[in-house]
Ligand binder design. Structure first.
Ligand SMILES: *[C@@H]1O[C@H](CO)[C@@H](O)[C@H](O)[C@H]1NC(C)=O
Ligand SMILES: *[C@@H]1O[C@H](CO)[C@@H](O)[C@H](O)[C@H]1NC(C)=O
Ligand SMILES: *[C@@H]1O[C@H](CO)[C@@H](O)[C@H](O)[C@H]1NC(C)=O
Ligand SMILES: *[C@@H]1O[C@H](CO)[C@@H](O)[C@H](O)[C@H]1NC(C)=O
Ligand SMILES: *[C@@H]1O[C@H](CO)[C@@H](O)[C@H](O)[C@H]1NC(C)=O
Ligand SMILES: *[C@@H]1O[C@H](CO)[C@@H](O)[C@H](O)[C@H]1NC(C)=O
Ligand SMILES: *[C@@H]1O[C@H](CO)[C@@H](O)[C@H](O)[C@H]1NC(C)=O
Ligand SMILES: *[C@@H]1O[C@H](CO)[C@@H](O)[C@H](O)[C@H]1NC(C)=O
Ligand SMILES: *[C@@H]1O[C@H](CO)[C@@H](O)[C@H](O)[C@H]1NC(C)=O
Length: 824
C-alpha cells in the first residue's frame, strides 16, 4: 500500500517536474530532505525498504535489527554513509552491500557479529570506502584473520576500527591498505613489542587502543609517523603497572613532534601522583596536547611540573582530571609554560594548603598565568571550600584569558575586584559564596559575554548591594546570564537597567520568584527569560503588560505551581494570545478540581472553559441567591413558630438599651389605656393584673373628669401618661373614638418627640393590614404585643404576655423601678 502510494507520489512528482512548474531552488531543497534518512533509535526489528535512488545517508543506529538482507540498499546507489551500529546484527547476507560503490562510511560497530555472520567478498563492491567500523563484535580469534583479509581488499580505506583477539601479530595483508592513517583497536589487552611489526609498511598517524591493560616498551616502534595516540584502559583489569607500562612505551616518541597523547579510564585504585618519571618522559616529546582524563591522578608534584613548564616544551593544551590534591600546589607552576592556550584541571577534591596558609587574611594578592593562556577550567565537581577572599586579586599575564571556569571553588566571599583579565568573555563562578558581594566584582571584565553564577547565594548578595546599578554597568557585551539556584526572591532595582549591546538571555531557574522579576520595561533588552521551577502561580496584569513591552522571544515557566482556574483566566488568555511562553507543552498547571493538566492542552479548550467560568459565576450567584432564599424561608418558618419568643427577646434587649436614657419628665400614670367599651371586662383583668405589678394606669371611665369634652380628656390623658396602650380588637377598630385617639396620639407623639410611647396589644388575631392608617404610619416605633391566641406556640402564654407588657411599660421609667419588673 505504502509502496503504491509512494509510486503514485513519485509519478505525480515527475509530472510536476516535467511541467517545469517547480523552481530549481525548491527542487534542490526537496532533494536535500530526501538525501538523509534518519531511522536511529526507532526500535526497528526489520530492515526498512529504501526506495529513493538519491539517498546519500542512512542512519539505522540503535535499533534491534538482526539481519542485513541481501540487496537491502540496492536502490540507494548514491549512498555515502551507512550507520548500522548498536543493533543486534548477527547475519549479513551475501550481497547485502551490493552496488554501494560510492559508500564512504560504514559502521557495523557494537553488534553481535560472529564467525558465521559474514561471507567471502562481503565488502567487494565498496571500492570507495574510507571509514569502516566493525569493532566491538563477537568475532573469535581465528575469524579475525579472515576478516583482516576481507578488509585488506578495501584499498581506499583511511580509517578502520577492528577487534583483535589474542593476536600475536597483525596480518601483513594490511600493507595493501596504503591509504590507512587512523586505526582503532579493541579486544586486545596486553600489547607485545612485535604486535604491529607488519604495519611498518603503513603511515598510521592516529592510533586508538581501546582496552589496554599493559603495553610493552616498544609497542609503538613500528609507527614512525604517529601523531595522535589515544589509550583507553580497561577499568576492570587494570593493575598498578598499567600506567607505568604506558608511560614507558612513550619513550619511543623521544624527539618527535606529536599532536596528542590521551589516556582515559585509569581506575581509582591505581591512582598516581604525576611526578618526575612521567614528566621526564613527556619532556622528551614535542607534544601539543596532553589529556589525562579519568579519576586516576591524585595530584601533581610541584617540582617536576615546574621544571616541565620551564624547559622547552610544545604543550598548547593540557587537560588533567585531578582526583585529589593535598600534597602540593602546582598553581604557580603554570605561568612558566610558553605555549599553553587551554588548561583544564577539573578536580574532585582540592585542598589548597599553601594558599590557605599564606593568604587567609590577605586582602591584596596575585596569581600568574601563562601569557598565552586563553581558557582555564579549574572547576570542582563538588564544592571545595576555600578560606580565601577575593578582596583585591590581580592576575598576572592574564590578558589573553577569555574563558575562566571556577565553579565550586568556593571562596569565602565575593567582596572584591579581580584585575588583570580584562579580555574575559566567559566566567563561571557557580558555587561561590556571594552573601557579601562587591558592586565591583565584575567591573574589570568589560568584554564579558557569558556569566554563570549558579548556586552562589546571590539572593542575598544582590539585594544587599549598595547600588545595584553599578554591578553590571561595565559589562555591556553580556549576552548570557545564568543565575540558577540562588534563592532569589526579587532582583534589586536597576540591575539590568543598562544599554546592553546584545539581547540578553537570562536563566533564573530554581529561585524563589513569585512574580516576574524586576526587569526594566524596555523593548530589546531580553531575548530569552527562563523562570523554570520558581513559585509563580500566574502573572499579574502589570507583569503581562511589562512583558508585552519587553517582548522577549521566549519565556520558560515549566515547574512553577501554575494555576488554571477561573481566577487566572486573564493570564491564561494572555498566554494563548501573546505566544510568548515557549514551553506551554511542558508546563503543568493545577486545575480547579485539583488535578494537574498540561497547559497547552488546557489552552486548547480555553474558550469553552471561559464560558463555563461565566456560567460558574451565574451558578455561584444563583446558588447564593437560592441559599439566601432558603435561609430566609427557614428563618421565616422558625421566626413564625418562635415569633413570640423573638418578640420577647427583642423587646427585652430594646428596653435594656433604653434603660439608661435619662428621664426628662415625670408622669402621673405609667400608661393610658385606650380601648373599646365592649372589651371592658378583658381590660379590667388587664388593669388589675398590671396594677398588682405596681403600675399606675389611666383608664377612660375611671380617670376622665365628668363634664370635660372628651377630646380634651384624651389629650390630658396622653400628656399625663408615659405610655399609651391601645387594646386593639375588632370592636376597637369599629369604634370611631379609637381611631380618633390613635390619630391624636400620633400627632401628639410627633409634636412632643415621644414616638416610642405607643404600645399596641393585638387581640382577636387582627392582621396588620386592617390597622388604622395612622397606626401603620408609626408602626416601626410601636411596641406590639399579641394576646396569646395559640397557646401551643412556645413563649406564648399569658404569663409571657404580661411579662412583655411590663417590660414595654417600664421602658423609660426611672432605674430604681427596674427591679420591680425583673421577671425570671
Ligand atoms: C524503544 O523501546 C524501549 C524499551 O522498550 C522504549 O523505552 C522506547 O521508548 C522505544 N523507543 C521508541 C522510539 O519506540
Ligand atoms: C532515479 O530514479 C528516477 C526515476 O525513478 C530516474 O529518472 C533517475 O534517473 C534515477 N537516478 C539515478 C541516479 O539512478
Ligand atoms: C617538529 O616541528 C617543528 C616545527 O613545529 C619543526 O621545526 C621540527 O623539525 C619538527 N621535528 C620533527 C622531528 O619532525
Ligand atoms: C608572563 O609570561 C611570560 C611568558 O609566558 C613569563 O616569562 C613571565 O614570567 C610571566 N610573568 C609573570 C609575572 O609571571
Ligand atoms: C558543584 O558541587 C555540587 C555539589 O557540591 C555539584 O552538585 C555540582 O554539580 C558541582 N558543579 C559543577 C559545575 O561541577
Ligand atoms: C589592588 O591591588 C593593586 C595591586 O595589585 C593595587 O594597585 C590597588 O591599589 C589595589 N586596590 C585596592 C582597592 O586595594
Ligand atoms: C568589603 O570590602 C570593603 C573594601 O574592601 C570593606 O571596606 C568592607 O568592610 C568589606 N565588607 C565585608 C562585609 O567584609
Ligand atoms: C548608582 O549607580 C548609578 C550608575 O553608576 C548612578 O548613576 C547612580 O547615581 C547611583 N545611585 C546612587 C544612589 O548612588
Ligand atoms: C479536572 O479538570 C480538568 C480540566 O478542567 C479536566 O480535564 C479533568 O477531566 C478534570 N478531572 C476530574 C477528575 O474531574
Amino acid at each position: 500500500m505504502k509502496e503504491a502510494m509512494a509510486k503514485v507520489f513519485l509519478i505525480i512528482w515527475c509530472i510536476i517536474l516535467q511541467l517545469g512548474l517547480i523552481k530549481a531552488t525548491y527542487s534542490k531543497m526537496n532533494e536535500q530532505t530526501v538525501n538523509v534518512i534518519d531511522y536511529s533509535m526507532k526500535n526497528l526489528t526489520v530492515m526498512p525498504i529504501f526506495q529513493q535512488n538519491s539517498t546519500t545517508d542512512i542512519n539505522l543506529r540503535g535499533n534491534l535489527l538482526q539481519v542485513v538482507p541481501a540487496l537491502s540498499f540496492q536502490q540507494s546507489k548514491k549512498l555515502k554513509s551507512l550507520d548500522l551500529s548498536m543493533n543486534k546484527l548477527d547475519l549479513i547476507e551475501r550481497g547485502a552491500f551490493a552496488g554501494l560503490t560510492e559508500l564512504i562510511y560504514l559502521s557495523l560497530r557494537d553488534n553481535r557479529l560472529t564467525s558465521n555472520s559474514l561471507h567471502v567478498g562481503i565488502f567487494q563492491d565498496l571500492i570507495s570506502l574510507q571509514d569502516l567500523n566493525i569493532h566491538v563484535n563477537f568475532f573469535s580469534y581465528e575469524y579475525t584473520l579472515f576478516l583482516q583479509s576481507e578488509i585488506s581488499h578495501l584499498k581506499s580505506l583511511v580509517r578502520l576500527g577492528i577487534d583483535l583477539r589474542g593476536q600475536l601479530q597483525i596480518n601483513k595483508c594490511f600493507c595493501k591498505l596504503s591509504e590507512l592513517q587512523d586505526l582503532e583497536l579493541v579486544g586486545l589487552r596486553r600489547y607485545s613489542d612485535n604486535l604491529f611489526q607488519n604495519l611498518k609498511c603503513l603511515k598510521i598517524e592516529i592510533l586508538s587502543l581501546d582496552s589496554v591493560v599493559f603495553l610493552a616498551p616498544d609497542t609503538f616502534i613500528c609507527f614512525p609517523t604517529l601523531k595522535t595516540l589515544r589509550i583507553r584502559i580497561v577499568y576492570r583489569f587494570a593493575t598498578y603497572d598499567t600506567i607505568i607500562s604506558i608511560f614507558n612505551s612513550f619513550k619511543v616518541f623521544k624527539g618527535k613532534n606529536m599532536t596528542e597523547i590521551s589516556i582515559y579510564n585509569n581506575p581509582h585504585r591505581n591512582g598516581f601522583v604525576l611526578g618526575h618519571r612521567h614528566f621526564a618522559v613527556l619532556q622528551e616529546i614535542c607534544l601539543q596536547k596532553l589529556n589525562l582524563m579519568a579519576d586516576s591522578i591524585l595530584g601533581i608534584q610541584f617540582g617536576p611540573f615546574f621544571k616541565y613548564g620551564y624547559t622547552d616544551n610544545c604543550l598548547e593544551e593540557l587537560n588533567i582530571n585531578l582526583m585529589f590534591d593535598s600534597t602540593d600546589s602546582y598553581v604557580f607552576a603554570f605561568c612558566a609554560f610558553k605555549h599553553l592556550k587551554i588548561l583544564g584541571i577539573p578536580h574532585v577534591i582540592f585542598k589548597d594548603n599553601r594558599l590557605e596558609r599564606s593568604t587567609q587574611n590577605d586582602v591584596s594578592y596575585s596569581f600568574c598565568l601563562p601569557k598565552t593562556l586563553e581558557e582555564l577550567d579549574y572547576h570542582s565537581n563538588v564544592k571545595s571550600y576555600s578560606t580565601r577572599r577575593i578582596a583585591n586579586l590581580t592576575i598576572l599575564n592574564g590578558s589573553n584569558l577569555k574563558a575562566l571556569n571556577m565553579a565550586n571553588v568556593t571562596v569565602r566571599d565575593c567582596n572584591g575586584t579581580i584585575y588583570g583579565i580584562e579580555n574575559l568573555e566567559y566566567l563561571d563562578m557557580s558555587g561561590f559564596d556571594c552573601r557579601v558581594l562587591s558592586e565591583h566584582l565584575l567591573s574589570h571584565f568589560p568584554k564579558l559575554i557569558t556569566l554563570i553564577a549558579q548556586d552562589a547565594t546571590l539572593g542575598i548578595g544582590l539585594n544587599t548591594l549598595k547600588n545595584a546599578s553599578e554591578f553590571l554597568k561595565i559589562n555591556a557585551d553580556l549576552k548570557h546570564i545564568d543565575l540558577m539556584k540562588n534563592s532569589i526572591k526579587s532582583l534589586p532595582d536597576g540591575l539590568f537597567n543598562h544599554p546592553f549591546r546584545q539581547k540578553l538571555t537570562i536563566i533564573l531557574d530554581r529561585n524563589n520568584f513569585q512574580s516576574l522579576p524586576n526587569f526594566p520595561s524596555k523593548p530589546n533588552t531580553f531575548q530569552l527569560i527562563s523562570l523554570k521551577y520558581n513559585r509563580i502561580s500566574c502573572l499579574s496584569e502589570d507583569d503581562m503588560a511589562k512583558l508585552n513591552i519587553i517582548k522577549p522571544s521566549s519565556i520558560f515557566l515549566r515547574g512553577n505551581p501554575m494555576e488554571c482556574s477561573c481566577n487566572t483566566l486573564t493570564f491564561l488568555t494572555w498566554v494563548q494570545h501573546s505566544g510568548l511562553i515557549s514551553d506551554v507543552h511542558e508546563i503543568e498547571c493545577i486545575s480547579q478540581n485539583g488535578t494537574l493538566v498540561i497547559l497547552s492542552q488546557f489552552l486548547q479548550n480555553l474558550k469553552t472553559y471561559e464560558i463555563s467560568c461565566q456560567s460558574k459565576l451565574w451558578i455561584t450567584l444563583a446558588s447564593c441567591i437560592s441559599a439566601f432564599i432558603s435561609l430566609a424561608l427557614i428563618f421565616g418558618i422558625v421566626y413564625y413558630r418562635y415569633r413570640f419568643a423573638f418578640e420577647y427577646f427583642f423587646l427585652r434587649i430594646k428596653m435594656k438599651l433604653r434603660h439608661y436614657q435619662p428621664l426628662s419628665e415625670e408622669f402621673i400614670h405609667d400608661a393610658f389605656i385606650s380601648y373599646s367599651h365592649k372589651d371592658i371586662s378583658w381590660v379590667k383583668t388587664l388593669y388589675d393584673n398590671l396594677q398588682s405589678k405596681g403600675f399606675s394606669l389611666c383608664l377612660y371611665h375611671k380617670d376622665f373628669k365628668v363634664g370635660k369634652p372628651i377630646a380634651d380628656c384624651i389629650v390630658e390623658a396622653i400628656n399625663s401618661s408615659r405610655k399609651i396602650v391601645f387594646v386593639i380588637t375588632e370592636d376597637f377598630l369599629q369604634s370611631s373614638w379609637g381611631t380618633y385617639e390613635i390619630e391624636m396620639t400620633r400627632m401628639h407623639a410627633f409634636r412632643e418627640g415621644r414616638e416610642s410611647m405607643v404600645v399596641v396589644i393585638l387581640k382577636d388575631d387582627i392582621e396588620k393590614d386592617k390597622l388604622p392608617k395612622a397606626l401603620k404610619e408609626i408602626w416601626y416605633k410601636v411596641v406590639c404585643i399579641v394576646w396569646p391566641s395559640d397557646p401551643d406556640a412556645p413563649y406564648n402564654s399569658e404569663e409571657i404576655f404580661y411579662e412583655k407588657l411590663c417590660i414595654a411599660l417600664s421602658d423609660s421609667r426611672i432605674r430604681m423601678n427596674d427591679d420591680n419588673i425583673q421577671m425570671t
